[in-house]
Structures are given as structure tokens and as C-alpha cells.
Design a protein around this ligand. Structure first.
Ligand code: GLN
Length: 295
């Protein structure tokens, strides 16, 4: 059986289209590139290049997966974020482009040598990007999921080969629990920056999300409980204890949560609380400076 790029690509596209995959053509191409270890140009220019039986077999399996709405990134195992490649699997949320706004906003406020806490770190993409693009900063990423932390550690190891001395630690913790324990042991951690993209989707909205998200991404990383604000409340309640004077708290938020999160932060003694929009013009980030004298 002689198979070539062009016909295999076409077959993949038709299969994905028949399953109502939104970006059928793009995904068919990306999967073929992945399977054949090639790139867009080679694939398009050398349409007559033979696809081996082994490659075809893998391709068919991946197309079958994608037809079931398994996210492309869980098949290829990677997602690009802030110009870096991050490993992902079903235990972590796939890094979103919108979240780059959060990273960029933190970077505008970041100075050399700062200590950063990333609460609900998932794949670690936020913290690791911050550390990669700054100098001499150190970071701790916390998550309740050990499986997620394994992914974050894998990503850290990979980035350490690109940047010597990247100083990061990933710790399992139900929100601030581990920091509270350390404090009881007389070891109090203070951070200049606390950043978080917590689960913030209202529980009853999750069922309305696209199947890729609803059926395959970890609900524990999405579900912000009844009003979607559960984790903001919890984090704002405790963050002040672990922020150095003048320290800053940064959140990613859902498009309709800015007013609530801003009000909670102001109530808790944060000053200069600002809302930042994403490229779609939707509220995406809230941040403020802890005014310790007001607490
Ligand atoms: N932005 C994500 C989504 O739209 C949700 C991220 C989160 O809950 N932190 O699916």
C-alpha cells in the first residue's frame, strides 16, 4: 500500500470534518506533522513523500482520538506558551493564549531577584515563563494535584537545560496549607509576587463548554464552585500573610468576574487594584498592591 502526504492529509481532514472538529484542516496537518516528524513547508511542498505504514497507523489512531474531541495538545503532548514549549497531559489545563496577558502583566511589575508564588500552578507555565524571562528571581509553584506537579517538574527540567540556574520548586499543597505548616515550624515564607490562575468556571457552566474542555480537561482545574469565585475568596483571605510589604497579587479572571474580584481585593486592603483586558477586549487580569498598614 503506497500512501503519500497529500492523500493522507486529505483523508485526515475529511475524517475530522465529519466529526465536526472546528479546525479540521489545521488539526489534520498538525497531527501528520507530528507523526512524520516534519514541518508545514516540507509537508506541503513534498505532497508525494511516502508515508510509512507505521506512520499511517499512528496517524489513524490519532485521528480517531481527535474525532472523539480529545484536545490536539493531549495527543501531541505539548503546547506553546510565551514562546516556550510546555509538556501537557490530561492532568493539567492546556495553557491558553489569554493567560499570556497575565504573565505579561506580572512581568511589567517584576524586578530582578524577586520571590514569586504561583498558586494553582498546573503545568507550571506561568511561573516558569516568569522565571525564564527574568533575572535571579526564584519561585514556588503550588498545586493540590501531584499529577499536575509531575508535569510542572518535567517542564522545569526542560527549561533548566535552556536557562542555567532557573530556580524553582514545586510543592503539593491545598492552597496555602503547606505554607501554614512551614510557618508553624517557624519557617515563614514571604513573596514579592503572588500570581494565580485558579479554577474559576461556575460549576453549572462547565457542562456548557466545548467537548474538548468539558470531557477531557481536568475539572479540578476549571471548577470555581457555585459562583466561580471560591478560589479567589480563599486566596485573598490568606495571600496577605505571605506577601511582603508592598507585594503584589495577580489573578487571571473570567470575563464577568472583574468587579467581584476587585471589590474583594479592595476590601482586603489592596491598593491600586487594576483590571486588564485581553485581546478580545474582555476583562482578564486583576492585580493590586498589598497595603499592609490598611490591613
Ligand atoms: N480560561 C479557561 C477556560 O476558558 C478556564 C481557566 C480557569 O478556570 N482557570 O476554559
Amino acid at each position: 500500500m503506497d500512501l503519500h502526504y497529500e492523500q493522507v492529509y486529505k483523508w485526515g481532514e475529511e475524517q475530522l470534518e465529519s466529526a465536526d472538529i472546528a479546525e479540521a484542516k489545521l488539526d489534520a496537518r498538525l497531527l501528520l506533522e507530528y507523526v512524520c516528524g516534519t514541518d508545514r513547508n516540507t509537508l506541503l511542498i513534498h505532497g508525494d513523500r511516502e508515508v510509512s505504514e507505521k506512520e499511517y497507523e499512528y496517524y489513524v489512531n490519532y485521528i480517531v482520538e481527535r474525532k472523539k474531541h480529545v484536545p490536539l495538545q493531549y495527543i501531541t503532548g505539548v503546547q506553546e506558551f510565551m514562546g516556550l514549549e510546555f509538556a501537557v497531559n490530561k492532568h493539567v489545563l492546556i495553557p491558553r493564549q489569554d493567560t499570556e496577558i497575565l504573565v505579561e502583566e506580572v512581568m511589567r511589575h517584576l524586578h530582578d531577584g524577586m520571590h514569586i508564588l504561583d498558586m494553582c500552578t498546573g503545568s507550571g507555565c506561568i511561573l516558569l515563563s516568569l522565571l525564564y524571562y527574568s533575572n535571579d528571581c526564584t519561585g514556588i509553584g503550588m498545586d493540590i494535584s501531584q499529577d499536575a506537579l509531575s508535569v510542572a517538574r518535567e517542564n522545569a527540567d526542560k527549561l533548566k537545560t535552556l536557562k542555567n540556574g532557573l530556580n524553582v520548586e514545586f510543592v503539593q499543597s491545598d492552597l496555602f496549607e503547606q505554607l501554614e505548616k512551614n510557618e508553624e515550624d517557624g519557617d515563614k515564607c514571604q513573596f514579592e509576587i503572588i500570581v494565580s490562575n485558579p479554577p474559576y468556571i461556575k460549576s453549572d457552566v462547565i457542562e456548557t463548554l466545548m467537548p474538548e474542555v468539558r470531557e477531557y480537561e481536568p475539572h479540578s482545574a476549571l471548577d470555581g464552585k457555585e459562583d466561580g469565585l471560591f478560589f479567589y475568596r480563599k486566596i485573598i483571605e490568606r495571600a496577605g500573610d505571605y506577601l511582603a510589604g508592598g507585594g503584589e497579587l495577580f489573578f487571571e479572571i473570567g470575563y464577568d468576574q472583574a468587579a467581584d474580584v476587585k471589590a474583594m481585593m479592595e476590601e482586603a486592603g489592596y491598593a491600586e487594584v487594576e483590571v486588564v483586558k485581553d485581546f478580545a477586549g474582555l476583562d482578564r487580569v486583576v492585580h493590586g498592591i498589598l497595603n499592609k498598614s490598611a490591613v
